[in-house]
Design a binder for this molecule. Structure first.
Ligand SMILES: *Cc1c(COP(=O)(O)O)cnc(C)c1O
Length: 431
């Protein structure tokens, strides 16, 4: 195999013109979302009080390719294409014959992949004449990505932030407020559902499910406001396909494609975004690429959860979604990977795991932080604790290749940087 340069070409033409929608290629799509009251499949009319019209069109579409609006492509061009890095430092550190590449989404404006869908959602909302988007955030990456996108496209953003994270990471709040967003600790006294918990315990740590219920309640109360979600939904995974489409085209410049694709999974969006364009090839009879979805042992929705209908929030307000779930009232231990502490998993990722195309893996906190420190020293980038789950699996794959003496090609998603997660690193060992 040739010697690979450190950075793959990063040219305007690598940024795709259209999103890839894997639903067009699934022999059997996942069962539809159901109305929480009637338990009938949801129609566009049912969705319309919740999401913008443009977003609903994306969510329901079965088209294989959906054009990226010109305004969104222009906004994405501020940071895309993102780097496809040849992990030469990590390869040397491991002494492996494997070729390891990572797609570095930490180069995005708020340091994670979340801006890819935030920009689309903010644009669609303004195009549909809305004035406000309401959302929740766990660790703060999603809230800050939507706050940034809202500021760019001129739409008001309100964020309910899970209380434990809000107190652990006050800097994230500052970032959101600098973009003009309104930020509340959740559970808050501002909503009917939040008050039921807040009045019993003003220090209630909160959860993503609770914050979603509060955001939905406020979005539904407003006249020109809608709700916005940063993961799980089909449309969000489709927006994230820019990651995999770029990687595919950057690797094609070398005449290669990956043997193994790895991503961390919280709701499943960065993994789906990276993997789906490559899964398309496998579904079409192409190479037998492996796809590893890596989650924390402390929140093991794919490896331990049940595949069934469940609500997306804690109050039972959202539609019933057919997915791998730990149960809507599951409150995970406070691990330092806020973005991976969700009880459910994207229906599309759940379906591909049930088909055996996606291989789920759960890793321990210690394995994750050891991997992150090794990566930091070898590559000079501190991974987000979420992304470090993918790093850990990539290292294990590279060491397996070493044992077998194989020169295989590994591609993993480095979904974000960890330079705002130093508390987590301080709390999890030294070197
Ligand atoms: C939010 C987040 C995740 C988890 O969300 P997915 O939808 O599974 O991608 C992973 N990594 C980072 C850096 C995040 O911010």
């Amino acid at each position: 195999m040739p010697a690979f340069p450190r950075f793959a070409p990063q040219e305007a033409h690598h940024l795709p013109e259209a999103f890839y929608n894997i639903k067009a290629d699934l022999p059997e799509p996942p069962p539809p979302a159901l109305h929480p009251g009637t338990r009938q499949p949801l129609t566009a009319a049912d969705w319309s009080p919740v999401f913008s019209r443009g977003f609903i069109e994306h969510e329901m579409s079965r088209e294989r390719f959906i054009p990226i609006p010109e305004e969104v492509r222009k906004a994405m061009a501020l940071y895309r294409p993102t780097p496809l890095v040849y992990a030469s430092g990590l390869r040397d550190a491991l002494g492996t014959p494997a070729h390891i590449f990572y797609k570095y989404e930490g180069a995005g404006p708020m340091g994670s992949h979340k801006s890819n869908t935030a920009l689309v959602q903010a644009y669609l909302a303004t195009r549909d004449g809305l004035t406000t988007l309401v959302t929740e955030t766990g660790a703060g990456q999603w809230g800050s990505a939507l706050a940034h996108a809202g500021a760019l496209f001129g739409i008001k953003v309100k964020v309910f932030m899970v209380r434990v994270s809000y107190r652990q990471k006050p800097g994230r709040r500052t970032l959101m407020e600098m973009f003009g967003a309104e930020v509340d600790e959740s559970p808050s006294p501002k909503t009917r559902f939040g008050r039921t918990l807040y009045e019993k315990d003003p220090d209630h740590p909160g959860s993503l499910g609770i914050a979603i219920s509060e955001a939905l309640e406020v979005a539904l109360k407003g006249t020109n406001s809608r709700y916005s979600l940063g993961s799980v939904l089909d449309a969000v995974l489709m927006h994230q396909s820019v990651i995999g489409l770029e990687a595919e085209s950057q690797m094609a410049d070398y005449g290669i494609s990956p043997d193994t694709v790895i991503g961390c999974v919280g709701g499943g969006s960065n993994f789906g975004g990276l993997a789906f364009p490559f899964i398309r090839r496998r579904l079409a009879g192409g190479p037998a690429t492996r796809f590893l979805a890596v989650e924390p042992e402390a929140c093991p929705s794919l490896t331990k959860g049940e595949l069934r209908y469940d609500h997306g929030d804690a109050a039972g307000m959202t539609p019933l979604i057919f997915m791998h779930t730990l149960g809507m009232d599951f409150v995970p231990a406070p691990i330092h990977a806020g973005g991976l502490r969700y009880h459910g998993m994207a229906p599309l990722v759940s379906r591909l795991a049930a088909q055996g195309i996606v291989e789920p893996q759960a890793v321990s906190t210690k394995t994750v932080f050891d991997a992150a420190r090794l990566f930091y020293k070898a590559e000079g980038i501190l991974p987000a604790p979420e992304s470090a789950h993918a790093v850990a699996a990539a290292i294990a794959e590279a060491l397996e290749a070493k044992r077998l003496g194989r020169e295989k090609i590994i591609l993993f998603g480095l979904s974000g940087h960890g330079f705002l997660d130093l508390n987590a690193y301080a709390a999890n060992g030294k070197n």
